[in-house]
Design a protein around this ligand. Sequence first.
Ligand SMILES: [Zn+2]
Length: 278
Amino acid sequence: MKIHAIQTGTVQVKRHQQVGKGKGIMRLLNVLFGKEWSDPLPIYAWLIEHPEGLILVDTGETAQVHSPGYFISGHPYFEYAVRLEVKPEDEIDQQLIKLGFTAKDVDTVVLTHLHTDHAGGLHHFAHCAIYATNAEYEAAKGKLGLLNGYPSHRWPDWFNPTFINLKDRGQGPFSEVEFLTKATDVMIVPTPGHTAHHVSVLVVTDEVSYLLAGDTSYSQDLLLDGVVDGVSANVDQAVATLAAIKAYARLHPTVYLPSHDPDAAARLMQNSVLPVSP
Ligand SMILES: [Zn+2]
C-alpha cells in the first residue's frame, strides 16, 4: 500500500481562519475582515494505492475557480477572505497522469467535506463511487448551500454521492466508522468541527496509521495545541474531534495529514508520527 500527496494549487486564508478568534459571530467576522493573511498553503488530495483498488481522498481544487461565475458574486467569504491559485496542470486529473494513472483508474472517492477546495475536481470522477455524508450534502446543495459558501451550482449534474454509513464497529476513540476495504485497513471516521459532518480517512498499517484529515486543523501544531479554526460553527464539537485524534494517536502511532499543512507531504515521506505521549 502506498499513499501519495497530490497538491492541487494553493490557497491563502485569513490568519483568523487558521486560528479562530472571539466568540459566536465574532469568529466569522474576524475571518472576513481580519487583515492578516496566511502564506499560500497547499491544497492536498491523497491517493491511496491499495491492493483492492485506488482510493482518492478529496478531489482538490479546479482551475475553474478563475472563471467568471464560479462563485456567486458578492459572497463575502469569496470577496474578502480567500485567495486561490490553481493552474489547469494543477488539477487532479493531470496530477494523476504524472503518477502513472488516469482519473478513470480511481475506484473510490471520499470527500471529507464539500468545500470547493476539496470537491472542485469532482467532474473528473463520473465513473466511480463518491462517498460523502448525507448531512454535508444537504448543507451544501441548492440555494442554502450557495449561501453557506459551497459552489454547488457548479457540481456536475450526475453528482449523486454514496452516503457514508458510520456505525459502531469497535474501532477505539472513533466510536463510529465505515470500512472502505474488505481488509478493514482503510476506514472513514467522523471528525466534525470545521463543518458539522466533516469526516477523515484512516489508513492502518502494521507500523503506523495515517489520518487523511481534511480540514480538522490547518497544521499539526494547531492540532497539538487544540486550536479550533475560525469557521467551525460548533467550537466544542471541534475541540472534541481534536482530542479524539490525539487519543487515537496515543494508542496507535499516527501520521497526521491535514489538507493545508505545508509540512504534511514531508511527514508522509518520513513516516513522522504525531508527537503525543502514550
Ligand atoms: Zn474546508
